[in-house]
Design a protein around this ligand. Structure first.
Ligand SMILES: Nc1ncnc2c1ncn2[C@@H]1O[C@H](COP(=O)(O)OP(=O)(O)OP(=O)(O)O)[C@@H](O)[C@H]1O
Ligand SMILES: [Mg+2]
Length: 254
């Protein structure tokens, strides 16, 4: 069953920041790409039920979505780990909430292994590198076996090599856990590596302007010529919605 934005528009005071219809099918990997300020984070908060749309509805399996629904996992650019809890305690934390007490404790050890952190189970977040902290946050986001994982620029704060490693971890986890992924990003490479479908948003108000089916099996080879051709097509479209008069071919004169 899908996650749907039905005739949604969203305003902050008098400013309409989003106007769109969108359906995410179960099992799909969707990337939402757009320039800064186009409403990507707002869109993700609406999908997660953290904010209610000014108009329209957000439906999870046909019912209005509620914040904290165990079918949804969510992850942000900042890992947001509790610094006073160990890595294992952070991952376990959602299981300790009243509604989730029945879930098996072995789940934490399973996830520590899946994100490569068993040796750091008893470390505290300030002792982790940025990439390790994001892997712990990823494990915490999926500890309750969500159907959907919603990600808001999850690796934007990491260096390029760590980001690529984390994208591969995420792909492997999504496959082994059967997750539907919705990744919001301004990074074309991330969008085409992770997504089966890439949707481009335009700014002010954020609307869906174009979409592409990537059409290549996952996991993908980042150097695949077909992926690189799609990359340059999407990059050109991203420049166009951003209103950049030069486009991706321009180099500034020294
Ligand atoms: N709580 C809020 N109150 C008022 N305006 C807001 C609020 N949150 C976002 N906005 C405005 O809504 C628009 C969309 O913001 P949003 O954070 O969703 O964009 P974004 O695409 O995630 O940007 P970025 O790529 O920089 O993260 C912006 O104009 C922003 O100033
Ligand atoms: Mg944002």
């Amino acid at each position: 069953m899908p996650l749907t934005l039905h005739h949604v528009s969203h305003r902050y005071q008098q400013l309409t920041v989003l106007e769109l219809d969108l359906t995410v099918a179960r099992g799909e990997h969707l990337s939402l790409l757009g320039p800064s300020g186009c409403g990507k984070s707002t869109l993700l908060r609406l999908l997660a039920g953290l904010e209610a749309p000014s108009q329209g509805e957000v439906l999870l399996d046909g019912e209005p979505v509620r914040a904290g629904d165990p079918r949804l996992g969510i992850m942000f650019q900042d890992p947001l780990l509790y610094p006073w809890l160990t890595v294992a305690e952070n991952i376990r934390y959602p299981l300790t909430l009243a509604a989730n007490r029945g879930l098996p404790r072995g789940r934490v050890n399973e996830l520590l292994a899946k994100v490569g952190l068993p040796a750091f189970a008893h470390s505290y977040p300030p002792q982790l590198s940025g990439g390790m902290a994001q892997r712990a946050a990823l494990a915490r986001a999926i500890v309750r076996h969500p159907d959907y994982l919603l990600l808001d620029e999850p690796f934007a704060a990491l260096d390029a090599v760590t980001r690529m490693r984390l994208q591969s971890w995420l792909e492997a986890l999504a496959d082994s856990e059967g997750l539907t992924l919705v990744t919001v990003t301004h990074d074309v490479d991330e969008a085409i590596l992770l997504g089966d479908r890439v949707v481009l948003m335009s700014p002010a108000p954020g609307r869906l302007t174009r979409s592409w089916q990537v059409g290549l099996p996952r996991p993908r080879d980042r150097t695949d010529a077909r992926l690189l051709a799609l990359r340059s097509e999407i990059l050109t479209a991203l420049y166009a919605v951003t209103g950049d008069e030069y486009g991706p071919h321009h180099t500034l004169a020294a």
